[in-house]
Design a protein around this ligand. Structure first.
Ligand SMILES: [Zn+2]
Length: 537
């Protein structure tokens, strides 16, 4: 059913100028037309409201809730999220015995699934132990167990045998059955995505989208997109209208020559052309992974890791990246560069600065850097100057998962972690995301950590991570809506409650206080003026 002209009232409607939330306010109502476009934002006594009502507009009572623009997830992996939502949850297990029983039970109940995938295991449940031999006798099918943080995957021998471990940096993984860090992302996930049937992929995508809708999202940036995901998204779009706008970044992997690196951009350009006029799905540009993660000591740092004195260079040099950036930039597409360590961040900024034309700082290029977990004050200030979007994931700044950082980085560098306020002070546009499924994707929990720098995973934990670098609540909300929308050119349609934009809404039962956000609840989601989610009361 399409939208009807409507007056949304009895809510606090969040409005803001720009993307930083500095000039924000709350309106009393919005008026929308038969296409689900906002035609008025203001107070109930405005003549536009009376006119709409005289013309028969429907009234939607927001029941005193805060009404935000629908959230736009700035960085996520949709198929992988959908697959992980379907995995056997081991979160409540306390021991190896519990885990074995849960897997045995699932295997008995599901004799026809080709492989058994689980999630939520923590090393502490199994006394720090994990190996193929602990689970090999359970079932002949491949068994994959994701560690809760998704930094490790524990496999049985059948799973190890079906994985392509050629060129894996750590051959130790094979006999023990535990694959860690980049092997999880580069080997296990693509494998599980590839072996899934089309029906399985469609059901995973539907599950992930439904989960996003229930969290108030109406848009998402799909990172590291490839042919396999494209095929599934194509079929899904043929079968149904999506209640969310997807924008994808095509993964470019390092090859032997510059020509081979650049040649991968051609496919992204071709797909960008194919979808460029669609409103529900587009290719925004490309993604390059410049380094790894701090916990595995694979993030590229300017100074060695404090724990082992070892340094780790970026996966791409500036010279490697510039030709790719140049080609993408000239074609009018966007670059998204994954950079976590301070050296990778500097490398990514240098490459964008050198590859952008005609003028660095042309804000209409909207190139972006993903993660930015450790950045020097100088580099933090360059982002805004060069018009680079800071794509950040506050869920990764949760103090509950950063306990190893002081040992890995030392206290001084920890003091620079997640320097969001510096990025904002330098006038960079911030786009908030969750990097699902590597972290929980509830927008309000993400905003909670952005604004309080406290743990959403463990609310009793009093630790904070550099609270001086926190964002104001309104700035975090703006970054999760207007900022993310700007970051992928969705701002033509959505991201704010503003005349001319789509009535994409997250209706939230909340107190307007950062510390209270873990109690906040998404009540409804509206997409293009249509109610697409209603929480059970
Ligand atoms: Zn990611």
């Amino acid at each position: 059913m399409g939208p009807s002209p409507a007056v949304f009232h009895n809510g606090r409607f969040f409005t803001n100028q720009g993307t930083d939330g500095r000039a924000h306010a709350f309106a009393e109502c919005i008026v929308t037309d038969a296409s689900g476009i906002i035609t008025h934002v203001g107070s109930l006594s405005d003549p536009e409201v009376a006119q709409a009502q005289a013309a028969g507009a429907v009234r939607h009572d927001m029941q005193g809730n805060v009404v935000l623009p629908g959230f736009i997830e700035g960085h996520m992996h949709l198929l992988r999220l959908g697959q992980s939502l379907q995995n056997v949850a081991l979160d409540d297990c306390k021991s190896l015995e519990d885990i074995r029983n849960a897997i045995k039970q699932y295997a008995r109940d599901n004799p026809n699934v080709p492989r058994i995938c689980c999630k939520g295991w923590m090393y502490s449940m199994t006394g720090g132990e994990a190996s193929t031999s602990l689970i090999d006798d359970l079932d002949p099918r491949p068994i994959y167990i994701d560690e809760k943080s998704l930094h490790s995957a524990w496999c049985n021998t059948a799973a190890v045998d079906e994985l392509d471990l050629q060129g894996m940096p750590d051959p130790e993984g094979k006999p023990t059955g535990v694959l860690a860090e980049s092997a999880v992302m580069l080997i296990v996930w693509p494998h599980l995505a590839k072996v899934a049937s089309m029906d399985e992929k469609l059901s995973a995508l539907r599950g992930a989208i439904a989960s996003y809708t229930s969290e108030g999202y109406t848009g998402a940036v799909y990172m590291a997109f490839d042919e396999n995901m494209l095929e599934a998204v194509r079929v899904l779009r043929q079968q149904e209208r999506l209640p969310i706008r997807l924008v994808a970044h095509w993964l470019i992997t390092p090859r032997k020559t510059e020509a081979e690196n650049v040649a991968q951009v051609d496919r992204a350009i071709e797909l960008w052309r194919e979808f460029k006029d669609e409103t529900d799905f587009r290719i925004a540009g490309i993604k390059i992974i410049c380094d790894g993660v701090i916990d595995a000591c694979t993030a590229a740092l300017t100074e060695p890791y404090s724990s082992n004195g070892v340094n780790c260079g970026p996966l791409w040099t500036v010279t490697d990246i510039v030709p790719v950036v140049r080609k993408v930039d000239q074609a009018g597409l966007q670059c998204a560069l994954h950079a976590i360590g301070d050296l990778a961040v500097r490398t990514a900024i240098d490459a964008l600065e050198q590859g952008m034309s005609p003028a660095p700082g042309d804000s209409n290029k909207r190139h972006r850097i993903e993660h930015l977990e450790l950045a020097s004050p100088e580099d933090a200030a360059r982002l805004g100057r060069l018009g680079i979007t800071a794509s950040i994931q506050p869920v990764h700044a949760d103090p509950a998962i950063l306990k190893a950082w002081p040992r890995l980085l030392g206290d001084d560098r920890c003091g620079r972690a997640f320097a969001y306020k510096d990025f904002a002070d330098g006038s960079a546009v911030l786009a908030l995301g969750c990097d699902a499924p590597t972290a929980p994707h509830a927008a309000l929990r993400n905003i909670y950590t952005a604004a309080t720098r406290r743990s959403a995973r463990d609310p009793d934990l009093r630790d904070t991570v550099n609270p001086g670098l926190a964002l104001e609540l309104a700035a975090a909300v703006a970054a999760a809506t207007a900022g993310s929308s700007y970051s992928c050119y969705l701002d033509r349609w959505t991201g704010k409650l503003e005349v001319g934009l789509s009535a994409d809404l997250a209706v939230v039962d909340m107190e307007w206080k950062a510390e209270k956000l873990l109690e906040a609840k998404v009540r409804q989601t509206w997409f293009q003026g249509v109610n697409v989610y209603e929480a059970a009361s």
